[in-house]
Design a protein. Structure first.
Length: 330
């Protein structure tokens, strides 16, 4: 782990949604000696989401105004870095003000959504550096490619070893994600038919649940409770292997990829792009086809093999090291 105070005395302005991962980024920068101003877009609740969808959505304008007011009040602050993950949450007049007030501060945009999901290209002109977790987006647009990270909750699992294993394989994910449900259903059936003990949890926020009911696309056996990072870490710590399926509209490696490998568990993934990564090795990672055509005996052997994952191979993606990489080294 990285115990250096590499950001000692440094100031970061961080703008994104409110989530456990983004709070972890803030905590990592502060742990390494820096100070963070974190402005976040708080996702609306169920009833507000319904209103925004069918009446008028003022959330972007309101967030833009909130951030502009903050900039004006703090225009004399000496920021060293400005990090924004989802620039499409803000109007262009915010970025014009940002550049006017802080012309010499390094402005970085890191994306863990694909351009097919959110087109952030109209905002690229405002940044000194555009980094994406999607290798194809990086290649096609001359962006910098760098994968995601894992946080402290998953580092803590390493000390448990394999003494508390309950499941041969586990999977946790969003039910209403393109391509994911079909694949995971096939995988669950495969695991059960081969005598594997599988933990299977698909969740959906209420808005997705209601839309699915209306559109008659409801998926049975789903849960409305979103699992916390501690919940997910507990499940992974109880598993020999974890199966992960990325959305079909993006090519980037998921957060679950690094949470699994960083915690010392084997990964089963439908994302064949992982074979191009320097850390790829077939003893830790098994690639399955999206259509489930290679769910076979070799996969059962992979899951049942009690070999250990050498976690030091994935240290670059521990959040402290990851943050240093995207803010300083890339």
């Amino acid at each position: 782990m990285n115990n250096n105070l590499i950001f000692k005395g440094k100031n970061l302005l961080y703008i994104d949604t409110l989530s456990e991962y983004n709070l972890a980024i803030k905590a990592s920068f502060e742990k390494q000696g820096g100070y963070v101003d974190y402005l976040y877009f708080d996702k609306p609740g169920f009833f507000v989401s319904i209103k925004n969808r069918y009446i008028k959505d003022n959330s972007k304008q309101q967030f833009t105004q909130k951030c502009k007011e903050f900039l004006i009040l703090n225009n004399k602050k000496n920021y060293d870095y400005i990090l924004i993950k989802a620039p499409f949450l803000l109007n262009h007049d915010f970025f014009e003000l940002l550049i006017n007030l802080f012309p010499d501060v390094k402005k970085i945009n890191y994306n863990w959504s694909s351009l097919k999901m959110y087109d952030y290209t109209p905002y690229c002109c405002y940044f000194n550096r555009i980094i994406t977790f999607d290798s194809k987006d990086a290649k096609n647009n001359n962006f910098i490619y760098y994968p995601l990270f894992f946080v402290d909750e998953f580092v803590e699992l390493r000390n448990k070893g394999i003494t508390e294993i309950k499941y041969d394989v586990s999977t946790v994910g969003h039910a209403y994600t393109v391509g994911r449900y079909e694949f995971l259903s096939k995988f669950r059936d495969f695991a059960i038919s081969n005598g594997l003990n599988i933990f299977y949890y698909l969740y959906a926020p209420w808005i997705s649940f209601v839309k699915a009911r209306i559109n008659k696309t409801y998926i049975p056996n789903t849960f409305s409770r979103f699992l916390t990072l501690k919940d997910v870490a507990k499940i992974i710590s109880s598993s020999k292997a974890v199966v992960d399926c990325q959305m079909t509209i993006q090519d980037g490696l998921t957060m679950r990829t690094f949470e699994t490998l960083g915690s010392g568990r084997k990964l089963i993934t439908s994302n064949s792009n992982i074979i191009n990564e320097s850390f790829y090795n077939s003893s830790d990672i098994f690639i399955v086809n999206n259509d489930g055509s290679n769910l076979n005996h070799e996969l059962v052997k992979f899951i049942n093999n009690d070999s250990f994952v050498e976690v030091t191979k994935y240290e670059d993606y521990y959040i402290d090291n990851w943050l240093k990489k995207i803010l300083i080294e890339l």
